[in-house]
Design a binder for this molecule. Structure first.
Ligand SMILES: Cc1ncc(COP(=O)(O)O)c(C=O)c1O
Length: 394
């Protein structure tokens, strides 16, 4: 008899563009840190849909907020005000540090697209027509639209889609001299992840971030912090940049903001945000009542639960336990965004074996596993996940 999974895989192959190398499992239900697949098997989710469901699956308060809003008003377009969007912007501004304005969109790539357009607008207005270049780093990931791909420092992802938009250049990550050498008067912005997520969970040093800020100030360039993966408590602070005390000019967020409902935001210092005039940038769905209601509930719960403190504590516990497993040669990251190096083991094979035993993690590089569980993960769940991995590596 054909299983539910076989049927789904066949349907997918017939009707869905084959852009993903998927693992052979279809999830149908979730609750907190738990997932269930189409065959009724239970899993511990230590990936959170790529750092998205930070409050866990099917959080009842988020679900209630979505259901309530769905019965009230889903969408009106940005030709009009809605009564939720500015309240999300207010909360986000307070968590980032105050004094800014947000633009709402639907994904991380769109948040970064907005940041790049805004930086160009601001740069050209203040530094002339040539000031539109954006410098990012090798190993970075900023999205898959053509422009954010041009900013993504992974040549193998860029090659297939040449020519990409001009005005982008990458330098080595965590390398002040390389950045200093690239910073000329045409540079409108430097774009960075405080911890490179997709590149392998590589934290930037605090000294580097301070030096980047100094260089940006000296050369009149903006500092864009891509917090799409690191934002909203994941690293043990509300935002990754807050570990260093460096204050960026533009901050992008997405993933965790809706706990699974697609919403992204680009926050900018008010005088930078003012470079956009009505008509300069827009998106139909951005900040619509449904997605904004999810975000408002998420931000409310996150503050009540003090998720940064929980991520810091959970992260310490996870790293300590991972460090004791024989076969793991290095553990790195911040808060509950963690990578474990596996020496000569193939991380994709190990991730598949973990999945077979009921643990969802992913191979963030060929030799490293990534862990990004919900920030409300319990000590028992951490212990159970570590035990599964230990069994696989034994
Ligand atoms: C740091 C960072 N920026 C941008 C993106 C792109 O976000 P999205 O996939 O929502 O477009 C990602 C996605 O992984 C990311 O990790």
């Amino acid at each position: 008899m054909t299983s539910n999974l076989d049927q789904l895989v066949a349907l997918d192959a017939s009707y869905v563009m084959q852009t993903y190398g998927r693992l052979p499992v279809a999830f149908v239900r979730g609750e907190g840190t738990r997932l269930w697949d189409s065959e009724g098997r239970e899993y511990l989710d230590f990936l959170s849909g790529l750092a998205v469901t930070s409050l866990g699956h099917a959080h009842p308060e988020v679900a209630d907020a979505i259901a309530q809003q769905a019965r009230t008003l889903l969408h009106v377009s940005n030709l009009y005000y809605n009564d939720v969007q500015p309240r999300v912007a207010e909360q986000l501004d307070a968590l980032i540090g105050g004094g800014g304005r947000s633009f709402f969109c639907n994904s991380g790539a769109e948040a970064n697209e907005c940041a790049i357009k805004l930086a160009r607008r601001y740069g050209q207005r203040n530094g002339g027509p040539e000031r539109y270049h954006v410098i990012s780093t090798y190993g970075s990931f900023h999205g898959r639209t053509l422009t954010t791909l041009a900013a993504t420092g992974q040549p193998q992802k860029q090659e297939t889609f040449q020519p990409l938009p001009s005005g982008f250049r990458q330098v080595s990550f965590d390398d002040v001299d390389a950045l200093a050498a690239a910073m000329d008067e045409r540079v409108a912005a430097v774009m960075l992840e405080p911890v490179q997520g997709e590149g392998g969970v590589n934290p930037a040093s605090s000294e580097y971030l301070h030096a980047v800020r100094r260089l940006c100030d000296e050369r009149e360039a903006l500092l864009i912090m891509d917090e799409v993966q690191t934002g909203l408590g994941r690293t043990g602070k509300w935002f990754g940049f807050q570990h260093s005390g460096v204050v960026p000019d533009i901050v992008t967020v997405a993933k965790a903001l809706g706990n699974g409902v697609p919403i992204g935001a680009c926050w900018a210092r008010a005088d930078v945000a003012a470079a956009f005039a009505p008509g300069d940038h827009a998106t139909t769905f951005g900040g619509q009542p449904l997605a904004a209601s999810a975000a408002l509930a998420v931000l409310d719960i996150m503050q009540r639960e003090d998720v940064p403190a929980r991520a810091a504590r959970g992260g310490d516990r996870l790293c300590e336990s991972l460090g004791k497993i024989s076969g793991i040669t290095d553990v790195r990251g911040a808060g509950l965004l963690v990578a474990a190096e596996l020496g000569d083991r193939d991380a994709r094979v190990v991730a598949q074996e973990c999945l077979d035993r009921g643990l969802v993690v992913n191979a963030v590089t060929p030799t490293a596993l990534r862990f990004a569980p919900p920030l409300l993960v319990t000590d028992d769940e951490i212990a159970a996940a570590v035990e599964i991995l230990q069994g696989v590596l034994a």
